[in-house]
Design a protein around this ligand. Structure first.
Ligand code: ADP
Ligand code: MG
Length: 163
């Protein structure tokens, strides 16, 4: 069994429904053992697009990392994601943040996720469920990564029950 941490985001259509459906589908890859609360986040990169809802979750899985990435990509497509251009709005984006303590540098898969340290929308939810988790290369905990993160973009709590 492996322990993976993933980030899920949506800024198109019914964002909460998209994230709920994504979490439900991830049960097909293993067991979702922890889920952060929900955050509404300012788009980073391409700024002229709707705000995102983001969360992070922990998954126990028997799949290898590559298999988990493919499962995530299939899930994105099933939930209606159409790849147009980089950073485009999406119904669901699933990113693999950590996979055990593995360090992976394949053409289609980099783990730990290389941009997570510069993204508050990843670190804030992840810090809720795994504050003491250590990055296998920098050895920083998620809490420490968040303290050092210079991303100024807004990440605010969002109630699952909100409209
Ligand atoms: P982004 O998440 O950066 O906005 P995409 O979801 O479109 O962009 O992913 C682009 C590519 O990133 C995918 O084709 C995938 O192979 C690659 N990739 C590399 N490492 C990872 C990772 N850790 N998690 C998810 N995708 C990754
Ligand atoms: Mg992605």
């Amino acid at each position: 069994m492996h322990i993976a941490y993933l980030s899920a985001g949506s800024n198109l259509g019914d964002r909460r429904h998209n994230l709920k459906s994504a979490l439900k589908r991830m049960d097909g890859a293993g067991t979702v053992r922890a889920t952060s609360s929900l955050f509404e986040t300012e788009p980073v990169g391409l700024r002229d697009q709707p705000w995102f809802l983001n969360l992070a979750f922990e998954l126990a899985t028997g799949l290898p990392a590559e298999g988990l990435l493919r499962f995530c990509q299939t899930t994105e497509v099933r939930l209606g994601r159409i790849r147009t251009f980089r950073n485009a709005p999406r119904t669901v984006d699933l990113d693999l943040l950590f996979f055990d303590d593995d360090v992976i540098n394949e053409p289609d898969l980099t783990v730990p996720h290389p941009r997570m340290g510069q993204r508050r929308f990843v670190l804030v939810p992840l810090a809720e469920i795994a504050p003491g988790l250590r990055h296998p290369v920098s050895k920083l905990t998620i809490r420490e990564m968040l303290q050092r993160c210079e991303d100024p973009s807004e990440v605010r709590p969002y109630d699952w029950a909100d409209g």
